[in-house]
Design a protein around this ligand. Structure first.
Ligand code: GDP
Length: 309
């Protein structure tokens, strides 16, 4: 069985960590969000791709779910001491990856080729593809004006109300090599439990991606990032309330209308199953919190079982 997963950062990485315990990793292709990428200190940083890479390589900081475990941040300390931008946390080993990747990008290599070779170097066997090699950037509209994604998310700690979101460059961006084929050839496509507006939509916005998923005849399963009406982490619940009218797995399912055929929701939201089925979807409820490997494996298993139903 071949599975392709649309992935943001932490929620997706936790799910993928379970999926590779259920399926041979070579059968899994990940289409990752790059609209959170940023240029900082002369470097290209790809936070969502790196969260997936570090998690699957077993070097991620486990509590936070992003960045490298047990690392120091001496270089960033010096940046701060010298009055440079130190608001985006970059640990020393993480910086090493950004240095190497940025050098290769400057030499003209596409992000997709670099990402595949990073996977090999880290012993990660899933095929991790950026949604696009082109520049796409999430821009959020707030009462304080338009903010670039990381200014909103990290620098201002996602406190601003989000009135609208746009994905600069997406309509002219081309899917990275392999993305459309991986969507067409997959037996199952899974939309990971990621932020619908900030992680998944910027992938869907890349030209051709949404159509490639809508055109599938096989199952496309979404796993809810909302548990008991709330995001497990981050602002997904607030964005759903403002932009979709309610924070619930039903609103997530409705948001993916026309794209998904199946929806896995949390046990805590079981009473919403009839409302989700009324949208024309097959749906199931299961525990979806993923603190450890056992829980992640069960969520991945539940998603695959639902896809086969
Ligand atoms: P980010 O770019 O790191 O914010 O990554 P994502 O968009 O992939 O992840 C954020 C989303 O993951 C949030 O909406 C969380 O609610 C969801 N999430 C994180 N951990 C879990 C979990 O254990 N279970 C479920 N169902 N969702 C989770």
């Amino acid at each position: 069985m071949r599975v392709t997963v649309l992935a943001g950062g932490v929620g997706a990485a936790r799910f993928l960590d379970g999926l590779v315990r259920v399926l041979p990793p070579e059968r899994v292709t990940v289409v990752g969000n790059v609209a959170d990428d940023l240029d900082l200190l002369g470097l290209h940083v790809s936070p969502d791709l790196d969260t997936v890479l570090y998690t699957l390589a077993g070097v991620v900081e486990p509590e936070r779910g992003w960045g490298r475990a047990g690392d120091t941040a001496h270089a960033l300390g010096v940046v701060s001491q010298l009055g440079g931008p130190a608001w985006f946390y970059l640990s020393d080993r993480d910086l090493g990856l950004h240095l190497a990747r940025s050098e290769r990008l400057r030499a003209g290599e596409p992000l997709s080729a670099i990402t595949l070779s990073l996977c090999t170097a880290f012993g990660v066997q899933v095929r991790l593809l950026p949604a696009t090699d082109d520049r796409v950037r999430t821009v959020v509209s707030t009462p304080a004006g338009e903010l670039d994604f990381q200014t909103y998310f990290v620098r201002r700690r996602h406190r601003d109300e989000v009135l609208a979101v746009r994905y600069e460059g997406a309509t002219t961006a081309q899917p990275a090599p392999g993305v459309l084929d991986a969507l067409a050839a997959a037996d199952v496509v899974i939309v990971a439990p990621s932020n619908p507006f900030l992680s998944v939509d910027p992938i869907l916005a890349v030209s051709g991606v949404r159509d490639a998923i809508a055109a599938r005849s096989g199952p496309t399963v979404a796993v809810s990032p909302i548990v008991g009406g709330r995001a497990v982490k981050g602002p997904a619940d607030r964005l759903l309330r403002t932009l979709a009218g309610e924070s619930s797995p039903r609103a997530v399912a409705a948001h993916y209308d026309g794209l998904i055929t199946h929806m896995l929701i949390d046990e805590a939201d079981r009473e919403l199953l009839p409302a989700i089925r009324a949208l024309g979807l097959r749906a199931a409820a299961a525990p979806t919190l993923m603190p450890d490997a056992a829980a992640r494996t069960r969520v991945a298993q539940a998603a695959l079982e639902l896809a086969g139903s």
